[in-house]
Design a protein around this ligand. Structure first.
Ligand code: AAT
Length: 290
């Protein structure tokens, strides 16, 4: 059968391939090439600029982790900002938190949202939460104008730093996220693969140590369809009330009773939360976290 090979200079010398059952959509937005197909092994797949963004089978791991690692680490989060995340999966996860009053989302590409509503209803369901306020804009610009200290948590669910997301790993952007957080507020940023992107991770950690002045950690999870099968999260707190990321003060197991979930958690729990911060020895050395 037909296969699609995903090659990219971000993972030179290797390619990931998926068997295609059917191409469902292929088009170009103002910002990127968008492809949706039915795969033989992972359900429907969303691809932007030739990079897999999610598959139905393993999206739970990434979306649950990037949302609950920060939100379970602080007591009753109220104002949350999502950067990127146009598929709605992270919104769906934030919805589980009944303390949350406002969920701003800043996505640059409206077409990703439309495509998700059409092909990924189990993710786009996140947009139905009445607490969600959608902003179609470049997040770098949006955050430059955001009120100081507005958010308890900012979740950067952005694509890889090629194309429109390039700015989102750079110092000015990270500085404006710190400014937009309240003291003791937390940032959780998609931070690539520890097997492939050591330098990027090191640079981001160095900038965040200077900018946030609270704590800076790296966590990771297994996501089979991301390059090298893992994805990392850079998670920091702004100077202010201390945050103990390793022992969540707002454990998900307590919340699950409070909100009637449309869908059970598939990946995240408090054991996984704590375990996600355990780093292989080579990563400890490279990011000099000790
Ligand atoms: N939820 C998992 C999928 C993503 S989507 C990343 C989103 O970030 C895309 O919809 C893209 O349009 C949006 N985006 C990119 N740049 C910007 C920007 N400057 N401002 C706002 N939104 C932006 C992430 C998958 C991670 C893949 C890891 N390899």
């Amino acid at each position: 059968g037909k296969r699609l090979y995903f090659n990219n200079p971000m993972w030179p010398g290797e390619a990931h391939s998926l068997k295609v059952e059917k191409i469902l959509y292929q088009g170009k937005s103002k910002f990127q090439e968008i492809l949706v197909f039915e795969s033989a092994a992972y359900g429907k797949v969303l691809v932007l600029d030739g990079i897999v963004q999610l598959t139905e089978k393993d999206e739970c791991a990434y979306q649950e982790m990037i949302a609950h690692l920060p939100l379970c680490s602080i007591p009753s989060p109220k104002n949350v900002l999502v950067v990127g995340g146009g598929d709605g999966g992270v919104l769906r996860e934030i919805s589980r938190h009944s303390s949350v009053k406002l969920i701003d989302i800043c996505e640059i590409d409206e077409m990703v949202i439309d495509i998700s509503k059409k092909f990924f209803p189990d993710l786009a369901v996140g947009f139905e939460d009445p607490r969600v306020r959608l902003h179609i804009a470049d997040a770098a610009e949006f955050l430059r104008c955001a009120p100081e200290g507005k958010y308890d948590a900012i979740i950067v669910d952005s694509s890889d730093p090629v194309g429109p997301a390039q700015e989102l790993v750079e110092r000015p952007f990270l500085e404006s996220t710190a400014r937009a957080l309240r003291p003791g507020g937390v940032l959780c940023n998609m931070a690539e693969s520890m097997w492939l992107h050591t330098h990027l991770i090191q640079d981001m950690i160095a900038i965040c140590r200077e900018t946030f002045k609270g704590s800076v950690h790296y966590a990771w999870a297994n996501v089979p369809t991301y390059p090298s099968g893992v994805i990392g999260f850079l998670i920091c707190s702004k100077e202010g009330p201390a945050v103990d990321f390793l022992n969540p003060v707002n454990p998900i197991e307590k919340l699950e009773g409070a909100v009637k979930p449309r869908r059970e958690l598939k990946f995240y729990n408090s054991d996984i939360h704590t375990a996600a911060f355990a780093l292989p020895s080579f990563v400890k050395r490279e990011v000099k976290l000790l």
